[in-house]
Ligand binder design. Structure first.
Ligand code: NOJ
Length: 560
């Protein structure tokens, strides 16, 4: 153990399971076609009804809401125009208070998305800052003069495509935006900006939120001299985001200072959590830097290891092994398969020629996520095997912030992974309570087969397997907190790893392929394993380790 802060035993965010909700499309209470906070409240019992023996709840421990603040919704809420209010699209501050109270009643924590790298260009701060070079907020954003020939101040690009600079006639200057031009980046070197953001953070902490997911948390700081980013050797398209080394517009030392300051604030409150989106070039190493040298930055920095892996055991295991090696002492890993920015894992993985059984792949992927050492984050709908709506009519598009074919880092629209939650087989999958209206994004037409109601009624469904995994995890110290060690050093067709504490040893076997001999490792005794969860074996049965694995077999076994 380094001199880092020690965790209290069983911090909720280490042992719990977090569930990401995309508010636009989770549940629509007022029947206007757009999801809202009241809708989330009405669906809370599905997520966790407070009864550990519930027959219908998923059993998650925390919800993370993608942004719900006032916003012109150019980037669907990731462009905030008022941090102190809730967008009328989703409800009111009273609704939010009710959501926190109802969640807490069920033992569910509430995590907000905190979008503070940038604001909306409709935020009053930016409106004021844009008026002149000498207004009181003139230095709240990243303003720069044009080059003498009128050109852009430097070669920094937008992650969404195109240049990162947009000209303001009123100021005769450019402002910088890491994302869309309607999302100007704040100037974090300005102490007034920091204080304004920190006051807002306290406002939400005082309201009882249990933590934040810091959006774009590796790009808060930029080079004070606005130096040009070097272009990668041999790159042909100098204006493609990934063709630059982002030396001067990402992950500067000051970025860590900012996160440390935010952590100090959250640490003044009890049991609050900081997650961060630490996406950058060498993503895994970068993410571990964000724990802080003294574990004083993010509790859970997201890397994208499972989301950027193919459905291949060797690759996935290598990602876990790397993370095991580089996660600092006293720090805690986190994993996710999906989020609102990337195609859902079944859409990514089921394309491979051998992957013919999405239901069993979904269970295997869920088992991997929920049994690897670290905090799992689920994305709404993955627990029922939702896939992207790939053929969505283009006139229904909502993801207008990303520019196609302009060298951005995101390939295309993210709408496919943001479609309404599929609750049942009624109109629009039961997304809207009340009269049927067109939902904000169209429902995936597969909702007759893929929906919560159907899955709950089917003992072999993906949802019931997730429910079992969550329950088993909750009851197993080894799965929540134990060490992770692989039994197979060069996995080809399956993963086999052990989670272990002083009191409990759990073996996880996941077969990625067809019938396959399972070679029992010499230092694992083959006798007396209790089946905790499996898609083949009967839970609760005492068995000897099998010699052969069925296609996509998952077995979570406890040594007796
Ligand atoms: C990352 C968020 O996940 C994404 O949805 C958003 O567009 C950008 N940050 C900008 O806020």
């Amino acid at each position: 153990m380094t001199d880092g802060k020690q965790f209290k035993t069983e911090e909720w965010w280490k042992t719990g399971v977090i569930y990401q909700i995309y508010p636009f499309t989770f549940a629509d209470a007022n029947g206007d076609g757009v999801g809202d906070l009241k809708g989330i409240i009405q669906r809370l019992d599905y997520l966790n009804d407070g009864n550990p023996e519930s027959e219908t709840s998923l059993g998650i421990d925390a919800i993370w809401l993608s942004p719900i603040n006032q916003s012109p919704m150019v980037d669907n809420g990731y462009d905030v125009s008022d941090y102190y209010d809730i967008s009328p699209t989703f409800g009111t501050l009273e609704d939010f208070d009710a959501l926190v109270a109802e969640s807490h009643k069920r033992g569910v924590k509430v995590i907000l998305d905190l979008v503070i790298n940038h604001t909306s260009n409709q935020h009053e701060w930016f409106i004021e800052s844009s008026t002149s070079k000498d207004n009181p907020k003139h230095d709240w954003y990243l303003w720069q003069d044009p080059e003498p020939d009128g050109g852009l101040p430097n070669n920094w690009l937008s992650y969404f495509g195109g240049p990162g600079w947009t000209f303001s006639e009123a100021r005769g200057q450019y402002y910088f935006h890491t994302f869309n031009k309607n999302q100007p980046d704040l100037n974090w070197r300005n102490p007034e900006v920091r204080q304004a953001i920190y006051a807002m953070i306290r406002f939400w902490l005082d309201k009882g939120v249990d933590g934040f997911r810091l959006d774009a948390s590796s790009v808060f700081s930029k080079d004070e001299f606005y130096r040009y980013n070097p272009v990668k050797f041999g790159a042909t398209d100098k204006n493609a985001y990934h063709n630059q080394h982002h030396l001067y517009d990402k992950d500067l030392p000051e970025n860590h200072e900012i996160i440390r300051e935010i952590r100090q604030i959250t640490d003044e409150y009890e049991d609050r959590l900081l997650i961060g989106e630490t996406f950058i070039d060498s993503r895994l190493y970068d993410s571990t830097i964000f724990y802080g040298v003294n574990n004083d930055e993010l509790h859970l920095p997201f890397a994208f290891e499972f989301s950027f892996s193919p459905w291949y055991p060797g690759y996935l295991q290598r990602e876990i092994e790397k993370k095991e090696l580089i996660t600092p002492a006293g720090a805690w890993p986190t994993y996710f398969l999906d989020n609102h920015d990337i195609p859902r894992h079944l859409s990514r993985w089921v394309e491979c020629s051998l992957c013919t059984n999405p239901t069993e792949i979904a269970k295997a992927a869920g088992a991997l996520l929920l049994t690897t050492r670290g905090t799992p984050v689920l994305y709404y709908g993955q627990e029922i095997g939702m896939v992207d709506y790939v053929d969505m009519p283009s006139d229904k598009s909502r993801d207008t912030a990303v520019m196609d074919d302009h060298g951005g880092a995101l390939p295309s629209s993210r709408d496919g992974a943001r479609t309404p939650m599929q609750w049942d087989d009624s109109v629009n999958a039961g997304f809207s309570f009340g009269k049927p209206v067109d939902p904000w994004l169209p429902v995936n037409p597969n909702y007759f087969e893929v929906n919560v109601q159907r899955d709950l009624a089917d003992k072999t469904s993906i949802l019931n397997f997730y429910r079992l995994l969550l329950k088993v995890r909750k009851n197993s110290e080894a799965l929540r907190l134990g060490s992770w060690r692989t039994l197979i050093h060069y996995p080809d067709e399956h993963l086999a790893y052990v989670r272990e504490t002083d009191h409990e040893k759990v073996l996880v076997i996941i077969n990625f392929s067809y019938e396959k001999p399972f070679v029992v490792d010499s230092y694992i005794e083959p006798e007396n394993w209790l089946v905790l969860a499996s898609n083949i074996l009967e839970a609760g049965k005492l068995i000897d380790l099998p010699d052969t694995l069925h296609p996509f077999e998952v077995a979570i076994l406890r040594k007796e």
